[in-house]
Design a binder for this molecule. Structure first.
Ligand SMILES: NC(=O)c1ccc[n+]([C@@H]2O[C@H](COP(=O)([O-])OP(=O)(O)OC[C@H]3O[C@@H](n4cnc5c(N)ncnc54)[C@H](OP(=O)(O)O)[C@@H]3O)[C@@H](O)[C@H]2O)c1
Length: 269
């Protein structure tokens, strides 16, 4: 007797699938039988991953290169999906990166691109894909935020903390609104995770000095996120250390928490 996998007949679109947590999530969904649509800028990586997912998990996979910092990207993705002819059952808004520094430290164009890729594009994709999910009374939306989004601002990485806080609040509101439509929404809030993230933002040498127990693998974060989405948890913080730390930080008076966050941020600069 053949065993029916949970995601068989379903399709997930994953942004930022060419590396790190997004790549790990594509394996997690594919293992459950989902067809996978892979979005990121590096086409060669997506093509290689598509071949790997098809060979290892026996699912259909599609490479859909896009730069989410481009204002037209969400509409172009919708057009491409139409051509694939696959309805989207699950959306993973994962693509992201950090621009280190205080507000004027980077050119405005770089900040604008970051807002477009990490705030506007995920919101647009959600907005565009939700109606069909509601119609079919089934949907799964996983927004990859960060523990940073659950903590008060501490200076440094100003825009990153703001965008992550927005992703958390947006996910919470969406979770409440969409429950009655059979749509699960989860904000995945990882702490430090091994991926290309700290190479991209140039902090690898500094971050490597931090103790090993603070680090998770992309694979373990992806598994935790999938499980949380499956049971419709509103927020998922992988790892006991981070869960306890967040709970404690949220009980502190805001100004004291800001001061502690500022000290940690100064140490990470
Ligand atoms: N690593 C951590 O410690 C950590 C902790 C908490 C939260 N997170 C969050 O986890 C998510 C995934 O990050 P990661 O750690 O897996 O980093 P990563 O290994 O650097 O992967 C980032 C992914 O985002 C894609 N991406 C970046 N800019 C893009 C754009 N303009 N358009 C399309 N795709 C874009 C990259 O692909 P291309 O370069 O090919 O476009 C890549 O696939 C991010 O939202 C990040 O904020 C990470």
């Amino acid at each position: 007797m053949t065993h029916q996998r949970k995601g068989e007949g379903r399709t997930v679109l994953i942004t930022g699938a060419s590396a790190g947590i997004g790549m790990a999530l594509s394996h997690v969904f594919a293992r459950r039988g989902y067809a996978i649509i892979l979005v990121a800028r590096r086409k060669d990586r997506l093509d290689a991953l598509k071949a790997q997912l098809e060979a290892v998990h026996g699912v259909r996979a599609f490479s859909l290169p896009a730069d989410l910092a481009k204002i037209e990207a969400p509409d172009e993705i919708m057009e491409a999906l139409h051509a694939f002819g696959l309805p989207i059952d699950a959306l993973v808004n994962n693509a992201g990166y950090n621009l280190r520094g205080a507000t004027p430290d980077n050119p405005w164009a770089a900040k604008r691109d970051m807002l477009q890729a990490m705030a506007i594009a995920p919101y647009a994709l959600t907005h565009l894909l939700l109606p069909a999910m509601r119609e079919r009374k089934f949907g799964r939306i996983l927004n990859v935020a960060s523990v940073v989004g659950l903590l008060p601002g501490g200076g440094a990485n100003t825009l990153y903390s703001g965008v992550k806080a927005m992703q958390v609040a947006f996910s919470e509101a969406l979770h409440i609104d969409e429950r009655k439509h059979g749509i699960h929404v989860t904000a995945l809030c990882p702490g430090l995770t091994y991926s290309e993230f700290h190479d991209v933002d140039g902090s690898r040498a500094q971050m490597q000095k931090l103790p090993k127990f603070l680090w998770h693998t992309s694979e373990s974060v992806a598994e935790a996120g999938y499980a949380a989405l499956d049971r419709n948890a509103m927020i998922c913080v992988p790892g006991l250390f981070y869960r306890t730390g967040i709970a404690a930080a949220r009980m502190l008076p805001r100004r004291l928490a800001n001061r502690i966050a500022a000290r940690i941020a100064r140490g990470a600069r």
